[in-house]
Design a binder for this molecule. Structure first.
Ligand code: AMP
Length: 283
């Protein structure tokens, strides 16, 4: 596996792969790899002749400077893991390579960026995401890009951006990979110790409570959210939000019908965690 630091190096490597008749798969990441990232790389390897993974902790999408400062970074370990998955090229640029002085362009997906995580973290978070993903799509020019359902709203926003701006690529969203006890894998989990690691299971418990209530026939979203939040509080965690919305538009649905995204965010010790499930009521 090669590591590229510049846009020019990525373009040259992709051009050579295309000249050899290979399709290009792309996995954008912020590093600190866990099994969730590796599942995306494995899928990209299955589907593409040439696999590019980007590793860039994008300052523009952090609303909290202390979160950015504490974000785990270990490029050497990441490179070893990506290499073991058969990744062809790791693109790990410095910030200055992607944000030249005077950078003045932002890609904004209106509406979808303003709710849930956008409301909690500020809309600038997703503006930072869409701007960097648009840039990376232009640099790598993949046939397929892979995203995790763990960040359901992000995946939806990126899909909308790619459609609206006619990016010539497919987007594949892959299932959330979890620890054995149900905690969604996240780079931030390494900062959870002892008591907080146990409390982190409250998010999954809240989602499960909501799934059970829906399975039992409840269709009042507000009632389900309140019961799920109570389940979380019993485990010592107060949700920042617990939402049941359309999985396609992120708009409230009352009574629940269609494909529902059940999404939760909560602070646990030093970190802020998110998780979600989709419940399909179309049948
Ligand atoms: P990040 O490095 O956190 O920006 O994540 C890079 C990609 O990995 C994004 O598409 C995430 O949605 C995806 N991802 C993160 N955690 C998981 C997980 N537990 N399961 C599946 N995909 C994940």
């Amino acid at each position: 596996m090669n590591t590229a630091r510049t846009v020019a190096e990525v373009r040259a490597a992709v051009r050579a792969a295309r000249a050899a008749g290979k399709t290009v798969g792309f996995v954008p990441t912020m590093g600190a790899f866990h099994a969730g990232h590796l599942s995306l790389m494995r899928r990209a390897r299955e589907r593409s002749g040439f696999v590019v993974v980007s590793l860039f902790v994008n300052p523009a999408q952090f609303n909290d400077p202390s979160d950015l400062a504490a974000y785990p970074r270990d490029e050497r370990a990441d490179a070893a893991m990506a290499g073991a998955e058969g990744v062809d090229l790791l693109f790990a640029p410095e910030a200055a390579e992607l944000y030249a002085p005077g950078h003045a362009t932002t890609v904004i997906v209106r509406g979808l960026s303003d709710v849930l995580e956008g409301a909690a973290r500020g809309a600038a978070h997703f503006h930072g995401v869409t701007t960097i993903v648009a840039k990376l799509f232009n640099v790598v020019q993949p046939d397929v890009a892979f995203f995790g359902q763990k960040d359901a709203q992000q995946a939806l926003i990126v899909r909308r951006m790619a459609r609206d701006l006619d990016f010539p690529l497919a987007i594949e969203v892959r299932p959330t990979v979890r620890e054995a006890d149900g905690l969604a894998m996240s780079s931030r989990n390494v900062r959870l110790t002892g008591h907080d690691r146990r409390r982190a299971l409250a998010l999954r418990a809240g989602l499960t409570a909501a799934e059970r209530a829906i399975a039992a026939g409840e269709r009042d979203g507000a009632r389900i959210a309140e019961a799920a939040a109570a389940t979380m509080r019993e485990r010592g965690v107060a949700p920042e939000y617990f939402a049941l919305v359309s999985a396609d538009t992120l708009e409230p649905v009352d009574p629940l019908a269609g494909r529902i995204l059940v999404a939760v965010a909560a602070p646990v010790g030093p970190v802020r965690l998110i998780d979600n499930v989709i419940v399909d009521l179309t049948a």
